[in-house]
Design a protein around this ligand. Structure first.
Ligand code: CP
Ligand code: NVA
Length: 309
């Protein structure tokens, strides 16, 4: 049995396999063929933070696969009143077939997985957002940006930046990360990424200059400057991130046919301008839709691994 907690745990081949599976299921569903790959299975979805895309894509995804999703907000279940993760894990995994969790620390997620009898999927933690990257790479494939792409990530060295690091390091493409001083990626995650990059041939560059990162890039991406859990630092962050807005002048430094990605929700006028987000290079709504398709690939793949002997 495998869990999907971080891309660190997967080979390049496995990541591609899951995305290709997602693309196959996407084509089937677009042709109105709903194959019940996960018939009668229940996906428990635990949320300790807000969500639009993750909730809707997982709930719709499991339904299209013949199963059902249970939305469990931590405010409504005993976890929110102090029931330990390890007890919650053992109870839920005896009743459900798969679990998705959106929580704070990766450690909590790992603890849940350790005590779970069923596959656990990371629906975003403070450290990583791996299901988002599956959708992002699917979108890159569909827009012809998967052959030795140069990806520029502009902004906070947060869960999205860490996930891009892992994807680039595993798949072997060039990633340039531009963060303001003091908002760099977690050094332990960077260290791991360099180990995988050595094997895959990925090039990873860190800079405090967004222009350097974006020059000649095939894909430009960013994320909110104030992630869930960082709200108290909002005022300071908005000042510290000055100069890191992805605007039309920044997009002009990338390749003429570069695409713009954003995991959403986007804050117009901060990490990205209205013009870029709504402009011709932006594929953010394809990317959002691909959450649904990519995650079905992940769920069916995890189910196959469980039944393989
Ligand atoms: N991108 C993403 O995970 O969005 P939600 O927070 O709406 O789930
Ligand atoms: N970095 C953001 C991503 C939201 C999908 C956050 O953690 O809030």
């Amino acid at each position: 049995m495998r869990h999907f907690l971080t891309l660190k745990d997967f080979t390049k081949e496995e990541i591609i396999e899951m995305i290709e599976l997602g693309l196959r299921i996407k084509a089937e569903v677009k042709a109105k063929r709903f194959t019940p790959y996960l018939q009668k299975q229940t996906l428990a979805m635990i949320f300790e933070k807000s969500s639009t895309r993750t909730r809707v894509s997982f709930e719709t995804g499991i339904y299209q696969l013949g199963g059902i999703g249970l939305f469990l907000s931590s405010g409504d279940i005993q976890l929110g009143r102090g029931e330990p993760m390890k007890d919650t894990a053992r109870v839920i995994s005896r009743m459900c077939d798969m679990v998705m969790i959106r929580t704070y620390s990766q450690k909590k997620l790992e603890e849940f997985a350790k005590f779970s009898d069923v596959p656990v999927i990371n629906g975003l933690s403070d450290e990583y957002h791996p299901v988002q990257l599956m959708a992002d790479y699917m979108t890159m494939i569909e827009h012809g940006k998967d052959q030795n792409p140069v990806v520029a990530y502009i902004g906070d060295g947060n869960n999205m930046a860490h996930s891009w690091l892992m994807l680039a390091a595993k798949l072997g493409f060039e990633l340039r990360v531009a963060t303001p001083k003091g908002y760099e990626c977690d050094p332990d995650i960077v260290e791991d990424a360099f180990i995988f990059a050595k094997e895959s041939g990925a090039t990873i560059l860190f800079t405090n200059d967004p222009k350097e990162a974006v020059a000649g890039a095939d894909v430009v991406t960013t994320d909110t400057w104030v992630s869930m859990g960082d709200e108290e630092e909002k005022e300071k962050r908005l000042k510290d991130f000055a100069g890191f807005t992805v605007d039309e002048s920044m997009m002009k430094l990338a390749k003429a046919d570069a695409i713009f990605l954003h995991c959403l929700p986007a804050y117009r006028g901060f990490e990205v301008t209205e013009e870029v987000l709504e402009g011709p290079q932006s594929v953010v709504f394809d990317e959002a839709e691909n959450r649904l398709h990519a995650q079905k690939g992940v769920m069916v793949w995890l189910d196959e691994k469980r039944t393989e002997v």
